[in-house]
Design a protein around this ligand. Sequence first.
Ligand SMILES: *[C@@H]1O[C@H](CO)[C@@H](O)[C@H](O)[C@H]1NC(C)=O
Ligand SMILES: *[C@@H]1O[C@H](CO)[C@@H](O)[C@H](O)[C@H]1NC(C)=O
Ligand SMILES: *[C@@H]1O[C@H](CO)[C@@H](O)[C@H](O)[C@H]1NC(C)=O
Ligand SMILES: *[C@@H]1O[C@H](CO)[C@@H](O)[C@H](O)[C@H]1NC(C)=O
Ligand SMILES: *[C@@H]1O[C@H](CO)[C@@H](O)[C@H](O)[C@H]1NC(C)=O
Ligand SMILES: *[C@@H]1O[C@H](CO)[C@@H](O)[C@H](O)[C@H]1NC(C)=O
Ligand SMILES: *[C@@H]1O[C@H](CO)[C@@H](O)[C@H](O)[C@H]1NC(C)=O
Ligand SMILES: *[C@@H]1O[C@H](CO)[C@@H](O)[C@H](O)[C@H]1NC(C)=O
Length: 358
Amino acid sequence: MFCYSKSSFKVLSQVVLGIIVVGVLVHYAIYFNNRQILQIHSDILQTTPRQLRKGNWNIYQMSGITQNLSRNTSDSMLLGNSSKNTSSSALNIVNPHSFSYIINEPTACTAYTELIIGVITAVQNFDDRMAVRSTWGSKAAAGYNVTVVFILGAGQPNLQAQLMAESDKYHDIIQEDFVDSYRNLSIKSVALLKWVITYCNSSKYMLKADDDMYVNVQNLVQALRSESRTDFVMGHSFIGAKPVQNKNSKWYTPLEDFNEKVYPKYTSGTAYAMSTKASSLLYQASLEIKLFWLEDIYITGLCARRAGVSVVHNGGFNYQKLNASGCVFRKAITGHQYSAEEKLSIHTQVNDPKLKCL
Ligand SMILES: *[C@@H]1O[C@H](CO)[C@@H](O)[C@H](O)[C@H]1NC(C)=O
Ligand SMILES: *[C@@H]1O[C@H](CO)[C@@H](O)[C@H](O)[C@H]1NC(C)=O
Ligand SMILES: *[C@@H]1O[C@H](CO)[C@@H](O)[C@H](O)[C@H]1NC(C)=O
Ligand SMILES: *[C@@H]1O[C@H](CO)[C@@H](O)[C@H](O)[C@H]1NC(C)=O
Ligand SMILES: *[C@@H]1O[C@H](CO)[C@@H](O)[C@H](O)[C@H]1NC(C)=O
Ligand SMILES: *[C@@H]1O[C@H](CO)[C@@H](O)[C@H](O)[C@H]1NC(C)=O
Ligand SMILES: *[C@@H]1O[C@H](CO)[C@@H](O)[C@H](O)[C@H]1NC(C)=O
Ligand SMILES: *[C@@H]1O[C@H](CO)[C@@H](O)[C@H](O)[C@H]1NC(C)=O
């Protein structure tokens, strides 16, 4: 049917080769892009295997996407130029945290508290709070001077009386009057920072943890005590994550919310610890940085960068669900997504002297 001369065959084969090369490139571009999207919110998705973190980092390196995340690259973009004024007497407050307490426990923390734990919770999560109190949040089990408080916003007026009763019984509920919602999680974390520096500033460390976490408090305190820096945040850190620009994504982040190409290094928000001194610096920084709804990126990324607080990676902080077993938690610091029953089961096993682990 067709008849080619030798030279037209050569041209055709070059065209075909070109199409194949372009196809492969497009395929890889889509593949990498998907992996990046997965990685950015793997701490929310909870489905991403552990290896992705490392894998992605390599991809960023290979493609030269890794950027200089110097402290001054972006705060001015986010905040306007006036934020450059470092004089502390001239705070440029763009994010005042001026909420009132509905419930407060000003004396929950004592002069002996070494570690203050703020558990991020919602009004309806009664079972999770009970499970935390009777497992990793119980003072007796920890053997350290640890104080646990639960941080909430307002909502669900039909459950408020039940919450008040719980508060009367355990005296560990801190509730501010902002609207408690997923999009307001950053406000809840700022509320915790503010409470810690107002009522527990003599503690050495603080941990922020979600109410579906299991935490090995002993391992945590050991890790914190062996950190030599004074201003630090410790957790499972991510480097080189990028804002999601796909409008159909749950994590779509318009440029007016964040206009840099890459997020600063940050830790998973499922649980992160810090020196109480860092809490003070991060709270001050939060007042000057426009609120950003991704809580972990806001507090441990943007605020930490501004405040000059080091973000320290510790592989003991797991943002995914580990097997709910005692042996896993003899070694780990945190794991995520455990029901009340699983917390109890892990806790029983981890403290069982007869449990033999490899
Ligand atoms: C990072 O900064 C160094 C030194 O300031 C510079 O040599 C390098 O090109 C920068 N890298 C990028 C990706 O901008
Ligand atoms: C950061 O600021 C310093 C001084 O203001 C400047 O010399 C440096 O180039 C800036 N770095 C970047 C990456 O913008
Ligand atoms: C930022 O403010 C300073 C004065 O404090 C000014 O000299 C400089 O041009 C401003 N930069 C930008 C990008 O607006
Ligand atoms: C920085 O703050 C100081 C102290 O309040 C003030 O005198 C100065 O004008 C401010 N500079 C800028 C550029 O806003
Ligand atoms: C814990 O607090 C008690 C006082 O309640 C104190 O005697 C003890 O030394 C503290 N333990 C540690 C490890 O800080
Ligand atoms: C966040 O909290 C503020 C203060 O209570 C409230 O005005 C706002 O509607 C809340 N936003 C969402 C998305 O819940
Ligand atoms: C908390 O302690 C730090 C020193 O670690 C201090 O700079 C800060 O002013 C204190 N904050 C409050 C609210 O007392
Ligand atoms: C997970 O833990 C259970 C005990 O809680 C154990 O029976 C099971 O073998 C463990 N699975 C893995 C994959 O380690």
